[in-house]
Design a protein around this ligand. Structure first.
Ligand SMILES: Nc1nc2c(ncn2[C@@H]2O[C@H](COP(=O)(O)OP(=O)(O)OP(=O)(O)O)[C@@H](O)[C@H]2O)c(=O)[nH]1
Ligand SMILES: [Mg+2]
Ligand SMILES: [Zn+2]
Length: 327
């Protein structure tokens, strides 16, 4: 691999470029362009697994983070973190939304994940695991339900046990590309990563017998470099898919509603009781499920709420900053 070195200033050692493969409280593990892996401090810098970074010449700390070409972001949900975001993964090309055919997702969960994925700038692909564990009818029914909310998004069935469909996943892991796996605990993300790598690089564990839930076996996001030049990003099971403020995620996850809205009489139609509203007409004639519109409205409201939280946080920080300033 070629070593990228930023131009040294007079009398300074050159800085070193690499990619963050793992984070542990204040420490980044960085795979350098010369293939060495080092642990450096990242105090005071917002970093994420997948970030391309420049580290200091003494290899002590992250100096700067390259502009992210995509980033999966969600709202921090713990107390005291209102209005802040968590970057789950960055510089991803394809984000696999992983679900098990044995406990398939409901449409609302999938819509939410699609919004998150589209907002990241990466291309979402739905992956249905454990194909070996269900009969064909079950698989077909799951696909039917899912197809009502996926539209142009690819859906791939796989079995990491017998290898079914794994090549389809591999076709996204082209040299230089980064693919990320997100989904609930126990759906088989790490098992699929192992199937792709060809040996057990990630630990996996049995789901609970009674409810098929996982045990949060993977505890930190981990970026794995494949020999062919692709990168795999395994993540811990997501408990809740909380949205961050977005660009076009909702629009792209709800193409049916947005296409209809183009032919509403009013450009700013709220699809409530306006005349010549194509959306309410579609609901009335049964071509658009009302649950779809309700779900979209809830997501729009949630994002607005996040924006308000964020603005409030900025205001508070400004006030604190103002008091600190000497008079
Ligand atoms: N039958 C079958 N079992 C699978 C398949 N993929 C995964 N499993 C099993 O599902 C269980 C959970 O797999 P993991 O890979 O640990 O799940 P995970 O999504 O990484 O879970 P967390 O790390 O907890 O988020 C393990 O017992 C796997 O053997 C599959 O394709 N078929
Ligand atoms: Mg795992
Ligand atoms: Zn309308």
């Amino acid at each position: 691999m070629e070593t990228h070195v930023t131009q040294p200033h007079d009398g300074e050692e050159p800085s070193v470029h690499g990619r963050i493969t793992r984070l542990d409280r204040g420490w980044s593990t960085v795979l350098l362009d010369d293939s060495r892996s080092v642990r450096v401090r990242n105090i005071g810098v917002e970093v994420a697994v997948g970030d391309m970074v420049v580290i200091s010449a003494d290899e002590e700390r992250v100096e700067s983070v390259d502009v992210r070409r995509s980033a999966l972001m969600r709202r921090q949900s713990f107390e005291g973190a209102r209005g802040t975001r968590q970057i789950v993964a960055s510089n991803i090309d394809t984000v696999f939304l992983v679900h098990s055919l044995q406990s398939p997702p409901n449409q609302r969960r999938l819509e939410r994940e699609l919004v998150l994925a589209f907002d990241s700038g990466a291309t979402p692909v739905v992956v249905l695991t454990k194909q070996d564990a269900v009969d064909a009818e079950t698989a077909q029914e799951v696909n039917r339900v899912i197809s009502e909310v996926t539209f142009d998004v690819a859906v791939i069935e796989v079995s990491s046990i017998n290898g079914y469909g794994v090549d389809k996943i591999r076709s996204y892991a082209t040299p230089g590309a980064t693919v990320a796996f997100i989904g609930a605990s126990g759906v088989g993300k790490s098992t699929l990563v192992n199937a792709l790598v060809g040996y057990e690089v990630q630990r996996t564990a049995e789901v609970r017998e009674d409810d098929q839930r996982g045990r949060h076996t993977t505890v930190a996001a981990e970026l794995i470099a494949l020999p062919g030049g692709a990168w795999l990003l395994d993540t811990p099971g997501l408990r809740a898919v909380t949205l961050w403020t977005s660009g076009s995620g909702i629009e792209r996850a709800f193409p049916d509603v947005f296409t209809l809205a183009e032919t509403c009489r009013f450009r700013d139609c709220k699809h409530l009781d306006e005349p010549d509203c194509s959306v309410t007409a579609a609901i009335q004639n049964g071509t658009l499920p009302v649950a779809r519109l309700d779900a979209m409205r809830r997501l729009v409201a949630e994002e607005l709420h996040v924006e308000e939280e964020q603005e409030e946080r900025v205001r508070q920080e400004d006030r604190r900053g103002f008091r600190r300033r000497p008079t």
